[in-house]
Design a protein around this ligand. Structure first.
Ligand code: GLV
Length: 329
């Protein structure tokens, strides 16, 4: 029997390619290459499956042009690159990579929070530029992390892992807002209290955004929301860039209404809004929250295992539209 045809749409670890080659006819993508939508469609001709990074857009147009496609396995936990209803309508299964990156991403959320509150990168640039002439009492004074109020918007797995770090490690008061309130046992484990979105904005000293992206949350943090934030607060975004109105954020930072922001994600990434680049009170990182060596490998392996489970056993480990499997059964 012919092997199913698979495109791995980004350069991934050789061990994963080797594993997949046991079952699939694999086309790989060279290092550094990101396919344009038209190139992706071209590469997907005749392919049964594709392993994506989380930024390849899978929409009705692509699905129509690639009728043989049966499964798209994202190596990311976020799957806002999927038009899920179009995929379900076309009978195409989507999978993501939850769980394996939770703790690593929470570590980074905390790293960004601390770097932002304590002005780590700003002061390092100052030192490297040879501008450090003497120690002084107020040199790069920032905000405390311990004992402050940590606000978390979006309390899924990663939000909860950040809450645990804040509450147990840094003695922070943790408040959160989420589509639904967590059960009492989970709140207790995270030592986190549910508040309204407005209470979250007005009470948090450090606000971390970690909610899934959908068009409903586009520019949720706009000028109005920023104006409700506690004066001198910090804002951390490790979710998706589109959640924040970056021009409004830059204005709040420029005017000193917010002390600082730490951003790992950007609306037009990899392009970064020039108004953010020109500010010194922003810590900017290139979407690396899950980027530890073991976690990145685990993410790709989970995507690979989804592909293998689908073709060998007719199921998936972490489907995002499992109704496709039920319908095909
Ligand atoms: C990264 O942003 C992911 O969604 O895994």
């Amino acid at each position: 029997m012919n092997k199913p045809q698979l495109l791995i749409a980004r350069d991934v670890y050789p061990a994963v390619v080797e594993k997949l080659e046991q079952v699939f006819e694999v086309e790989t993508t060279p290092e550094g290459v990101v396919w344009t939508p038209a190139q992706l469609i071209e590469r997907l001709q005749g392919k049964d499956a594709v392993l994506t990074s989380g930024s390849e857009r899978i929409d009705a147009g692509l699905l129509q042009a690639c009728p043989q496609l049966k499964i798209v396995a994202n190596l990311a936990v976020g799957y806002n690159n999927f038009d899920l209803s179009a995929m379900t309508a076309a009978g195409v299964l989507g999978t993501n990579a939850p769980g394996v990156l939770t703790e690593t991403t929470a570590d980074f959320g905390f790293a960004l929070l601390m770097a932002t509150a304590r002005r780590v990168t700003e002061s390092e640039h100052f030192l490297r530029a040879g501008r450090w002439k003497q120690w002084s009492l107020s040199l790069f004074t920032g905000a405390d992390v311990h004992g402050s109020t940590l606000g978390i918007l979006g309390m899924g797995r990663i939000g909860q892992a950040i809450a645990r770090r804040g509450a147990h490690g840094f003695g922070m008061r943790v408040i959160y807002h989420n589509r639904s309130q967590l059960d009492a046992a989970t709140e207790e484990a995270c030592r986190a209290s549910y508040v309204s979105q407005d209470e979250l904005l007005s009470q948090a000293d450090h606000l971390v955004l970690v909610l899934p992206y959908s068009p409903d949350v586009y520019h949720l943090i706009d000028a109005g929301a920023l104006a409700k934030m506690k004066p001198g607060a910090t804002l951390i975004n490790i979710a998706r860039g589109g959640i924040v109105d970056e021009d409004a954020l830059a204005a709040a930072l420029r005017e000193g209404r917010l002390a600082a922001a730490g951003l790992d994600v950007f609306e037009g990434e990899p392009a970064v809004n020039p108004s953010l680049l020109s500010l010194s009170n922003v810590v900017l990182t290139p979407h690396i929250a899950s980027a530890s060596v073991p976690t990145r490998l685990a993410m790709v392996m989970l995507a690979a295992d989804n592909l293998l489970a689908f073709f060998l056993e007719g199921k998936a480990l972490t489907p995002v539209n499992p109704e496709v499997l039920k319908n095909s059964g």
